[in-house]
Design a protein around this ligand. Structure first.
Ligand code: URA
Length: 267
């Protein structure tokens, strides 16, 4: 075990169940191993049950709102997000939009739910306590925060941290899809039920979405689901499962790099 990684696993409170004295650097538990003959779904919707959870969204934006084609470059897209008024309530209550942060050449895109109070203040995702745990989770699989890109399904904070509304998700998802198109990540890691269910358009519980390889979007980008760090702060016993998810994601990424798993067509 790499001592640095060990320290972070201890910080996560998940050191006790990491095999000690393992020959390999990290021993993958059977549940987290990618079987050599993993059968991949044609699309995320075949992986998740078909019943869509999300009530039919109100697709029409508020009167007067016009969104043209989204920019094909990062600064242009950031500007469009910053000026967005598609959600009447959110665009008034926000301090600022939270576009996302990180390396625009990252192979990993981490997707959360929506900015919280601190993110709304600072304009950056995952900067509060949950963000610190997310950083430790990523580092535990060898990913310093600055090596990944982090974004949310919603770019504005829902007041009182309420759940995003279906029409808000519907208004905002095109921004995330464009971020994915620009970044061309090799793998998506969705943290939490809200991100997972909205990306997969399902109401299947998170417990049944984790541990599987899903695909998202036009590029069929591999998508792995794990718990939200804010949830893990409330339910530390589930950090063990999150660690399995992270190792699963890392194994999927390794298979993509090794060429035994398609990355959805990204370069
Ligand atoms: N929770 C999220 O899902 N995203 C953030 O940016 C912060 C907290």
């Amino acid at each position: 075990m790499n001592p640095l990684r060990n320290a972070y696993l201890e910080a996560l409170g998940i050191d006790r169940w990491v095999p000690r004295g393992a020959v390999e650097e990290v021993a993958e538990p059977a549940a987290a191993r990618v079987p050599p003959s993993i059968s991949l779904p044609a699309s995320p919707r075949t992986e998740a049950p078909a019943r869509a959870t999300i009530p039919a969204p109100r697709l029409a934006p508020p009167a007067g709102y016009v969104r043209g084609p989204l920019a094909d470059d990062w600064p242009g897209l950031r500007e469009q997000v910053a000026g967005c008024t598609a959600c009447e309530q959110l665009c008034k209550s926000r301090t600022q939009t939270v576009f996302g942060v990180g390396n625009t050449r990252a192979e990993w895109l981490v997707i959360g739910e929506a900015p919280g109070a601190e993110e709304d203040r600072q304009g950056e995702p995952f900067v509060g306590r949950a963000g610190q745990l997310l950083n430790a989770m990523l580092l535990a699989i060898g990913l310093p925060r600055e090596t990944v890109f982090i974004a949310n399904v919603l770019k504005c904070r829902p007041p009182g941290n309420r759940d995003p509304r279906p029409e808000e998700v519907s208004n905002c998802l095109p921004f995330l899809s464009k971020q994915i198109a620009l970044l061309k990540p090799k793998i998506l890691l969705a943290v939490g039920r809200i991100a997972a269910q909205n990306l997969l358009a399902t109401d299947v519980p998170l417990s049944r979405l984790r541990g599987k390889l899903h695909r998202f979007g036009e590029a069929d980008t591999p998508l792995v689901i794990t718990y939200h760090p804010a949830y893990l702060l409330r339910a530390p016993a589930d950090k063990r499962k999150a660690w399995e998810d992270l190792k699963f994601a890392r194994a999927i990424h390794a298979r993509i790099l090794g060429g035994s798993l398609a990355d959805g067509g990204s370069a």
